[in-house]
Every structure is written in C-alpha cells, then in structure tokens.
Design a protein. Sequence first.
Length: 176
Amino acid sequence: MTKSPTLIVALFFLAILSVSSILALTASIDNPKMVLFKNITEGKKLVFDNSVVVLNDNNGSVNISVKADKDWEQYVVIKDGEFVLQEGENKEVFYTITLNKAGIYAGNIIVTFTDPESGSRLSLAQRLVVQVKGVEGRSNNKTIIYISLGTLVILIILLILLMAAKNKFFRARRRR
C-alpha cells in the first residue's frame, strides 16, 4: 500500500500543529500600560507603591520572574520577584518606587513566564510612565517667622490697651 506524498505532508503538518498547540506557552498581565502623575516636595523623596497582576492561563504551572528594566532598576524594588503560579492562578506583584526629583520617568516592569517542563520562555512588559511635578514645601521658615512676629505685635498692642484701660480705671476711682 503506497501513500501519496500529499497525505504524508498533510499528516506531518497536522502533527506539528497539534504538538505546538500542546507546548504553547501563554502569558497575560493586567495593567500593561500605566501613566501616573505625582507631586514631589523639593528636597524630599517621593515613595509610592504600584503593582502588576500576573495571570496564568496555561494548562499547568509556570515559573514567574518580575524585574525592572535598566531604566527603572535604580528606582524600583520588587517585593516578590520570583514565584510559581499554578494553573488558573493570578497574583498581584507589588513594587515600591522611590524618586528624588521632578521629571518624567519611563521604563518597563518585565514579567517572564517560564514553562518548567520545556524551558520555553515568554516575556511581557508593563510600560510605566511617571510624571513628577515639583512643588514648594508647605512649611517655609519665613512664613513661621512672619506669623510669630505678627502674634508678638498683637500681644504687645493688647498689653498696651490693657494698661491704658487699667490706668483710666484707677484715675476715675481716685477722683471720686
């Protein structure tokens, strides 16, 4: 029984497609792009938390690695950067961002999915842009000085008025 070359080629491609769909690794994250607007007080640090949600839609467990790219690595600390997600599990990964001055900061938080059986990898990036506006500090030393001087002047005026009223009262008593 001879098989036609077309049938053999068709069976070969069907086998490849079925194997590749079994070995396919999928990756999914929530919040793939974030643009944040923050204020920073001059001379102080701006520290805030953010997160990325990692979703496992695969038919088995996957190893997850979350890292900041070179643009963010000096500003970002990932709280739990490596873990395993079981089939159907999701996890919110928190990270802390510390900035020292106003400006526009942009970079990626890289989430890598690795199949523990095949070793195949797939990475997604959460694009993060933070626009930081500088603002003056609320407690200015000059303001405190002006308030203190104003309070002192008001107290002196009140003392003078009280002394004048007291003198007027005693003069009126002496005349009686």
